[in-house]
Design a protein around this ligand. Sequence first.
Ligand code: FBP
Ligand code: MG
Ligand code: MG
Length: 358
Amino acid sequence: MPLSKKQTLTQYLIEQRRRFPQASGELNALILDVSIACKAIARQVALGALAEAPKGGTVNVQGEAQKPLDIISNEMLIRQTEWSGHLAGMASEEMDDPYQIPEPYTRGKYLLVFDPLDGSSNLDVNVSVGSIFSILRAPDDVIDSGRDVTEADFLQPGATQVAAGYALYGPTTMLVLTVGNGVVGFTLDAGIGEFKLTHPGIRVPEDTQEFAINTSNSRFWEPPVKRYVDECLAGRSGPRGKDFNMRWIASMVAEAHRILMRGGVFLYPRDTRDPAKPGRLRLLYEANPIGMVMEQAGGRCSTGRQPMLGVKPSSLHQRIGLVFGSKNEVERIERYHHEPQTKESPAPLFAERSLFRD
Ligand SMILES: O=P(O)(O)OC[C@H]1O[C@](O)(COP(=O)(O)O)[C@@H](O)[C@@H]1O
Ligand SMILES: [Mg+2]
Ligand SMILES: [Mg+2]
């Protein structure tokens, strides 16, 4: 097969740097290292039951069972990036505390934050999973002193992210990336081990007739979410005047990719199930990077009440209500949260007196 003329990830990053010559190239090098880790994870994931994986049985800081591949992917991301001299520290869904760049490596100016394997409960059933990453600039005093990083250094609003993206391990492996200048997608050409630019200038359609939510949680939803879903379900004869389709993969990264490709809206809203967990998904590892990708592609990402990227994180493993996708739909959901409740959808007391707020 002749070599395709599509740009490789490396060529794309070099070209981007030509357009912004003030950039040091360190970010590019870091992104390339992340992409190599993702290729290694893709290979491991693809082995499935053929892999002689170590036994699992551990539990992460959030009390969730860790799969062996969660831990292996975490290790792969650390090992492929810690040596480079570009990182001041890392944080991961699978590690209780921030990761310190060890001797003999030098420390750099970026913080790498990741969910090494999103949707990992789907691994046993061979459904798409992915890795989500976010790159932040470390605070100046960290860069100047080279000191150990602390939790506080990572608690930056999503709007400060320098780059974000994800790798999706599906029928093909893809890398979707934003460096704050739109969103591009690369497909892994496994034959030559290169990510090739297959999806330049990705845009999320502003309207949609597709939503994704785990309806088994409906008894815990707050009234604005109930209202939104009820209206979708009512279809053409309801207030929306059109039929909706529903999807739930239980792998947020795969849902995000579908929405980037053809529009839609994803909700894992804040609910009343457990006041200690306002939402299921994590602000730093999941909501912020996906939020940056969505917004850069013309979509919208929200807590349901306010733009996600404006939220000041309060802790490393903070969970949050997450709504993202087609702009007009996400704005509608935000509007429902701000509108006074109607007779048809009265706000029960808990909505007013909730113990938690985004
Ligand atoms: O089990 P549920 O309620 O369907 O939740 C599924 C959600 O949990 C997640 O799998 C959480 O991510 P992790 O696999 O990284 O813990 C999301 O990808 C997905 O949207
Ligand atoms: Mg996840
Ligand atoms: Mg995970």
